[in-house]
Design a protein around this ligand. Structure first.
Ligand SMILES: Nc1ncnc2c1ncn2[C@@H]1O[C@H](COP(=O)(O)OP(=O)(O)OP(=O)(O)O)[C@@H](O)[C@H]1O
Ligand SMILES: [Mg+2]
Length: 258
């Protein structure tokens, strides 16, 4: 199994949309995919047509000592582990639990008995948190989502620091790549910022970007991923290309370490 964390220092840049749509694209490429929602916003499930009002998820399962298998649900060809709903007291207890047990995510995933070729995509809340720490210290690959703007550029040192702390020293870590989301082709500034990003990230970037496409938010409103809602649109093409590149990189790093 390969665990891929989706992260960003800034909020609202498209992590959850990316985790859901990349997951969907990888599943359509024939991979068995599990997506994990490590964000108390509990929004990942909405992309897979799962009932918004359900409270079941990994948070309550963990507090109750129940295995994750009991809260695994299927939506649109992807298996989903929702965060679920927690009251404030339980959320604090849960976060203390995660802080005290750095191997919680890895152990919980181990118990699912996933296959060697299965892919796990982990969505995280914006910025440093116990959730991001769990995701980064368990993942073999990290996708950092950025926008083509100055604010995202300013957050690069923070992500670099987090990667250095939780990922780079680990023998099982395969790599990290930045993915630029919501690119508006008609804006020259976006093209300029992407050029600067490619310069300063020296090779650690997806070769393509995800364009701004209203089908991404429309798909969410229709309880599905854009790969199903608008399969021939720009965003779907972008997600398929990014998913294929990711598979290629993972296969190459696996061969190197074999
Ligand atoms: N490529 C895109 N084109 C158009 N809209 C997009 C695109 N990607 C994301 N969006 C929209 O941007 C908004 C934020 O996306 P999303 O919730 O995925 O971000 P996030 O990084 O997970 O946010 P948070 O930090 O709160 O978890 C949503 O309304 C989503 O539909
Ligand atoms: Mg999110």
């Amino acid at each position: 199994v390969k665990i891929i964390a989706v992260a960003s220092a800034k909020g609202g840049v498209g992590k959850t949309s990316l985790a859901a749509n990349l997951g969907s694209a990888l599943a359509l490429l024939g991979k068995r995919v599990v997506t994990v929602d490590l964000d108390p916003q509990n929004a990942l499930r909405l992309h897979f047509g799962l009932a918004a009002e359900s409270v079941a998820g990994i948070a309550r399962a963990t507090l109750a000592g129940a295995p994750w298998r009991t809260v695994l649900v299927e939506g649109g060809g992807v298996r989903v582990l929702p965060f679920g709903a927690l009251n404030e007291t339980d959320r604090r207890a849960f976060e203390q639990r995660l802080d005290a047990d750095p191997d919680w995510l890895g152990h919980s995933l181990d118990q699912l008995d996933l296959g060697a070729d299965d892919l796990v995509l982990v969505d995280t809340p914006p910025g440093p948190s116990v959730y991001l720490k769990q995701a980064l210290s368990t993942a073999q690959f990290v996708v950092t989502v950025v926008l083509a703007d100055a604010a995202s550029y300013a957050t690069l040192p923070m992500m670099a620091g987090l990667l250095a702390t939780y990922c780079l020293g680990r023998a099982d870590f395969a790599g990290a790549a930045y993915l630029v989301n919501q690119v508006d082709q008609s804006r020259q500034l976006a093209a300029d910022v992407i050029k600067v990003l490619r310069g300063s990230l020296a090779g650690h970037m997806f070769p393509g970007v995800i364009h701004e496409d209203q089908a991404v938010s429309e798909a969410l409103a229709m309880d599905t991923t854009v790969l199903h809602y608008d399969p021939h649109g720009q965003a779907s093409q972008d997600f398929r290309a990014s998913a294929a590149w990711l598979l290629d990189v993972l296969a190459r790093t696996a061969r190197r370490s074999a």
